[in-house]
Design a protein around this ligand. Structure first.
Ligand code: AMP
Length: 143
């Protein structure tokens, strides 16, 4: 077993505490959602529960309920904001499965017919573009 305990110094823990900035699109009592800085598709958003856990494996099922409800909300908005044909929802548990940030999170990717997603954790996106994409999703959440 390679798992260790939750480390509050992970980057999403820092974002949740306001120590590191993000392009936030949604927040409620249970989650925040913000743009992935290395998007695999335009509009790639991460939904992150406020209660800490490393991943799905050690999460409280009640937290998973709140998280799933928020993922649905963000997925609908991201699909509308990017006129997507569908939405992919990804979630990785431990390094062997591709997890790189060890605070539970769900990836939401608007997908278009015939367009392959970019590499996971590939290049950093332009900050202006991320800000503009976040604004589009915020507007769709309000619409
Ligand atoms: P995972 O492999 O599921 O742990 O994915 C972690 C994701 O977090 C990757 O897609 C990264 O691009 C993304 N990421 C890493 N640092 C940040 C950050 N500071 N703000 C937003 N997204 C980030």
């Amino acid at each position: 077993m390679s798992e260790t305990a939750y480390d509050p110094q992970n980057i999403f823990g820092k974002i949740l505490r306001g120590e590191v900035p993000c392009h936030k699109v949604y927040e409620d009592a249970h989650v925040i959602a913000f743009m992935d800085v290395m998007p695999q598709a335009d509009g790639h958003t991460l939904v992150v529960p406020k209660v800490p856990s490393r991943n799905l494996l050690d999460a409280d099922p009640v937290v998973l309920g709140h998280l799933t409800a928020a993922v649905q909300k963000v997925a609908r908005a991201a699909k509308a904001a990017f006129s997507a044909d569908g939405v992919a929802v990804y979630q990785y548990n431990e390094a062997a499965a591709g997890q790189t940030v060890f605070h539970l999170h769900v990836h939401v990717l608007p997908r278009h017919d015939g367009v392959a997603p970019r590499r996971h954790a590939g290049g950093m996106a332009d900050q202006k573009m991320l800000a503009e994409h976040a604004e589009r999703i915020r507007a769709a959440l309000q619409g």
